[in-house]
Design a protein around this ligand. Structure first.
Ligand code: MG
Length: 391
């Protein structure tokens, strides 16, 4: 009798990304005796320092504002949960999907989008800063763990999924990985799926967090059909339900509606496109993983609502301004005096300066600041700039 060994590509759809059709790793490595290639990618991401730091990075609410809010880590796990459910249903590569989800936000700065905007301003004359590209930089270059290569040496498909968008200028530097941003074409269905699952996750968990924080009002949310219908359904079938359970049941119902629509429409579009291989996926004129027009409209409506009522709420804006002050001052301080960074970062800044002058030095400083957690940035600011800071 032959011993049982599961083929990681077994039971996947013909158009899924598999380790057999993978474009491989930059540095060739022998196969592992019992772990699949995308499982190895997922494992490398989970063991990375950047992944551990996600727990102390802001999603919308600053980490120390309360223990119940999402952080970048719990956000990434929720994205993975949603995307893996859909992947399993569609016969897509669940392990690849999980790897992309867990890595997609590794390049985020402290203090969420506020931190990224500040760092982008600081880097204006040195090639800019974009968190999505930074996530790729973390896995390609910045993690230092292996004897034979820099970064995590992930498979092409994992890196393709991490790079959701990219400017033409940056795409030109990225070779094969940047080609679709210059010549058109789509990434794998797994990558398309993670991109949408990211938005589904934050739209819904931000409703939950926004209500918990008292920044969003149920009466206003009820005017959105996506929320309103589920809210009414829950309260009619459970009139005595507690507020907490009501919110959870409503949000859960919303995710169910939107994910079911995503599955139905995507399944139909895949069937219509008559896909035989992953190359057929990449050659499509537009993404095949998408919502119906009506659900897309409702999804966008919720997104705009959150923009207006939550992300631009005065309390969130106030945090944004302080984050801008902290990130900008730290960048300027380290750029002016790289030796005030820890030795390995000071050495990278010096090497960068030799290689490409100010922009090389600035990039090393941006890498250091971007890697900081919220609390690390706060304590550096207190120690080096303003000991009286209260955040
Ligand atoms: Mg995200």
């Amino acid at each position: 009798m032959t011993a049982y060994r599961k083929d990681p590509d077994a039971a996947l759809a013909p158009y899924a990304a598999t380790q057999t059709n993978s474009r491989g790793r930059v540095h060739a490595e022998p196969r592992h005796p019992y772990r699949g290639e995308f499982q190895r990618d997922r494992d490398r991401i989970v063991h990375s320092a950047a992944f551990r730091r996600l727990i102390y990075k802001t999603q919308v609410f600053v980490n120390h504002e309360g223990d119940l809010y999402r952080t970048r880590l719990t956000h990434s796990l929720e994205v993975a949960q949603i995307a893996q459910t859909v992947a399993r249903e569609l016969g897509l590569n669940e392990q690849l999907v999980e790897a992309i989800c867990l890595a997609h936000d590794l390049g985020h700065t402290p203090f969420g989008h506020a931190g990224q905007d500040s760092l982008n301003k600081c880097m204006r004359d040195y090639g800019g800063f974009e968190h999505n590209l930074q996530s790729l930089r973390v896995v390609d270059e910045l993690e230092e763990k292996y004897a034979s290569f820099p970064g995590l040496n992930l498979c092409y498909e994992t890196r393709e999924g991490i790079l959701k968008h990219c400017s033409r200028r940056n795409a030109r530097e990225l070779g094969e990985l940047g080609r679709r941003f210059l010549e058109g074409g789509q990434p794998s269905l797994e990558a398309q799926l993670v991109n949408i699952a990211d938005a589904v996750a934050y739209n819904h968990h931000d409703v939950d967090d926004g209500l918990r924080a008292g920044l969003l009002k149920i009466e206003e949310l009820r005017e959105l059909p996506l929320f309103g219908r589920q809210y009414t359904r829950v309260i009619q079938s459970h009139p005595g339900i507690s507020r907490k359970a009501l919110i959870h049941e409503t949000v859960r119902g919303m995710i169910n509606v939107i994910v079911t629509d995503l599955l139905d429409i995507t399944r139909a579009q895949i069937a219509q496109a008559d896909l035989a291989t992953i190359d057929d996926v990449r050659g499509q004129p537009k993404p095949l993983v998408s919502f119906s027009d009506e659900i897309f409209r409702q999804h966008q409506e919720l997104k705009s609502f959150l923009q207006k009522k939550l992300y631009r709420h005065e309390k969130v804006i106030k945090m944004t301004q302080r984050a801008d002050e902290i990130v900008t001052s730290l960048f300027e301080l380290y750029f002016g005096d790289p030796s005030s960074m820890p030795t390995e970062h000071a050495a990278r800044a010096a090497a960068g300066a030799v290689e490409s002058g100010d922009s090389g030095q600035a990039r090393a400083v941006a890498d250091y600041v971007a890697g900081m957690t919220d609390r690390y940035a706060l304590s550096a600011y207190k120690r080096l700039i303003d000991p009286t800071l209260e955040f």
